[in-house]
Design a protein around this ligand. Structure first.
Ligand code: PSU
Ligand code: MN
Length: 304
């Protein structure tokens, strides 16, 4: 594992570091917006006083803190593997390139000692999962790995009520920033319940610390709705999502190819609007995640 020197020394001093995934770069958005956004997100994190750590796999080496040139490469390159937990040993052994999902990024963040990770939307329970069994590994990782994930809910293509039920089974605390219900990715909010609503980053950091003190295994999920001015109306985006899902079913697209296909189709069908919203929400999450990381490191350092 290669940890950038800046990140290594920050972790050694207990300064705030925020992990970022690379699937959103390689499989979540088109070039050049994907690489641009990844770099903007890093700047957003720095502007709050934390250090960004974009995670990916380069020729089999796990990299924590990709360089801007490596991020650009991930944005351009075709055929980078989408790496969830099960793919991790294969890509490493075969010295391949891998873009890490929420699942693999959580595992690597934990190995590196980074407690907070920011993304756009987590994977979850897919629509019709009762037939396809398609439930993202992300949810199991949240149940098992001690990393806090900041997101704008689960991707719009998923079944939100089933995803929340699964998180409850896994024992994942779902905290919502200001909004009373679970975030709804492109739209303002869903009607899904959350376990706690918090107003300040410090409140969230206190809950993370309490969980650590209690020795409870697994992650915490922080839900942060998209900024209001960038939210897309439910009816508008839902009909686009429905169409994309129908097309993917007709084309027989399944498993790990499903999410990249749907996200791409939604960008096309919305004439790029979904992409602007996706960028806005992840940047918004970067600010919140970094502020929570800053508060958490203050609390931990205060204890000595
Ligand atoms: N949210 C996005 N774009 C993405 C993803 C989420 O807006 O590209 C990625 C994340 O990396 C997430 C993964 O972990 O999709 C989930 O994939 P699957 O449904 O195959 O588990
Ligand atoms: Mn899946």
């Amino acid at each position: 594992m290669r940890i950038a020197p800046e990140i290594k020394s920050a972790l050694a001093d207990g300064r705030p570091v925020v992990a970022l995934e690379s699937t959103i770069i390689s499989h979540g958005m088109p070039y050049p917006r994907n690489a641009q956004t990844a770099l903007e997100v890093e700047d957003d994190i720095r502007s709050e006083g934390a250090i960004p750590a974009t995670i990916g796999i380069i020729k089999g080496e796990i990299v924590v803190g990709m360089t801007p040139a490596e991020i650009d490469d991930f944005g351009r390159k075709e055929g980078i593997a989408k790496v969830s937990k099960r793919d991790l040993p294969i890509v490493v052994a075969k010295k391949q390139y891998g873009a890490t999902t929420v699942s693999a990024t959580m595992l690597i963040a934990k190995m590196a000692g980074i407690p907070i990770f920011v993304t756009g939307g987590i994977g979850g329970v897919h629509r019709h999962a009762e037939e396809t069994f398609d439930i993202s590994r992300d949810l199991r990782e949240l149940g098992e790995v001690d990393v806090c994930v900041v997101c704008s809910g689960a991707k719009a293509i998923l079944d939100i009520p089933k995803t929340l039920e699964y998180l409850e089974t896994e024992g994942v605390s779902v905290l919502s920033h200001k909004a009373k219900t679970f975030a709804n990715f492109y739209s303002l909010s869903s009607d899904g319940p959350v376990d706690c609503v918090f107003d300040s980053p410090k409140e969230a950091a206190e809950i993370l610390l309490a969980k650590k003190d209690l020795n409870l295994k697994g992650g915490v999920l922080i839900s942060n709705p998209v900024p209001e001015e960038m939210a897309l109306p439910h009816e508008y985006i839902d009909s686009i999502v429905d169409q994309a899902v129908r097309e993917s079913e007709e084309l027989g697209i399944k498993g790990k190819d499903s999410t990249p296909f749907l996200l791409k189709r939604i960008v096309e069908l919305s004439g790029g609007k979904s992409l602007d919203t996706n960028v806005a929400l992840i940047r918004h999450n970067a600010h919140l995640g970094a502020r929570i990381a800053v508060e958490l490191s203050k609390l931990e350092r205060g204890r000595g």
